[in-house]
Design a binder for this molecule. Structure first.
Ligand SMILES: NC(=O)c1ccc[n+]([C@@H]2O[C@H](COP(=O)([O-])OP(=O)(O)OC[C@H]3O[C@@H](n4cnc5c(N)ncnc54)[C@H](OP(=O)(O)O)[C@@H]3O)[C@@H](O)[C@H]2O)c1
Length: 241
């Protein structure tokens, strides 16, 4: 879809990848960008990117009533970026139940809840796109954050199902599978990390050409290696414990 003159909504827009989405949507000449965050007081730097076009919204993606309240005031969206994410550290046997539930609530339920509520709005505006910030860990587990992997695998599966339902409504579902990105999420983790600006640039380029699956920045090399030899890549990720 054309981003120019679109009306976008980005969840988790106060920092990290979300703020880069807002910045680059503005560069792509979106007409308006709704920047959503649990705490609107944290959105000031995002709003400053373009106070005329960036509109703040209070939104916790795990809160269904809040999603519905926001949707009732925002009826012009054509591009939804499901960016909000949660990563709890912990292996399969020691991640806390609360941490696992939080990752599922944000990464899986949040994506589905936002899509269920906003797809009819996008459809009523003539169609558009939904971008889901997934991860290579949707299909290659890093054992040190087992809950995150599981929640993103579930989100990937749900997103593929949603795609089949939304395509006839002229809503493209675009799934992004980045490698590690240099944001707060992986702060303190010693691993190769992509620049968030480069990751978002590749993702929005995919939106413009209706590319359904995107492996931005260094993720494309990892994905190619995984396709060539899945067990070797699984073993390499297992080393990251
Ligand atoms: N960083 C990576 O290595 C990496 C790699 C692949 C994919 N991704 C994905 O890219 C997306 C953005 O990640 P990031 O690196 O920018 O992470 P981040 O720096 O940790 O930021 C996470 C964002 O999600 C928001 N969020 C968390 N829970 C929320 C909730 N219940 N409702 C609304 N917003 C919520 C946070 O808001 P608060 O400020 O209120 O906490 C924050 O804005 C995520 O989906 C992540 O899984 C990241």
């Amino acid at each position: 879809m054309q981003i120019e003159n679109s009306v976008a909504l980005v969840t988790g827009a106060n920092r990290g990848v979300g703020r880069h989405h807002v910045a680059q949507l503005i560069e792509h000449c979106a007409a308006r960008v709704y920047a959503a965050s649990r705490n609107v007081d944290t959105l000031s730097e995002t709003i400053e990117l373009d106070p005329q076009r960036v509109v703040s919204l209070a939104l916790d993606v795990t809160n269904t009533s809040m999603i519905e309240a926001v949707a009732s005031t925002v009826n012009d969206v054509t591009l939804l970026i499901n960016n909000a994410g949660s990563l709890t550290f912990g292996g399969a046997l020691d991640v806390t139940d609360a941490g696992l539930a939080q990752d599922m609530a944000v990464n899986y339920d949040g994506l589905r809840g936002m899509t269920r509520t906003f797809a009819p709005i996008i459809e009523s505006n003539g169609g558009g796109a939904i971008v889901n910030m997934l991860t290579l860990m949707s299909f290659i587990s890093a054992p040190g954050f087992a809950g995150y992997n599981a929640s993103k695998a579930a989100a990937w599966s749900m997103a593929m199902s949603l795609r089949a339902y939304l395509r006839p409504k002229d809503i493209q579902v675009i799934n992004a599978f980045p490698a590690g990105i240099d944001t707060d999420m992986l702060a303190g983790i010693d691993a190769p990390k992509d620049n968030p600006e480069a990751v978002v640039r590749d993702i929005l380029a995919a939106v413009v050409v209706d590319q359904e699956d995107i492996y931005p920045a260094s993720a494309s090399d990892v994905f190619d290696a995984w396709r060539a030899d899945q067990k070797s890549i699984e073993a390499a990720f297992a080393e990251m414990m």
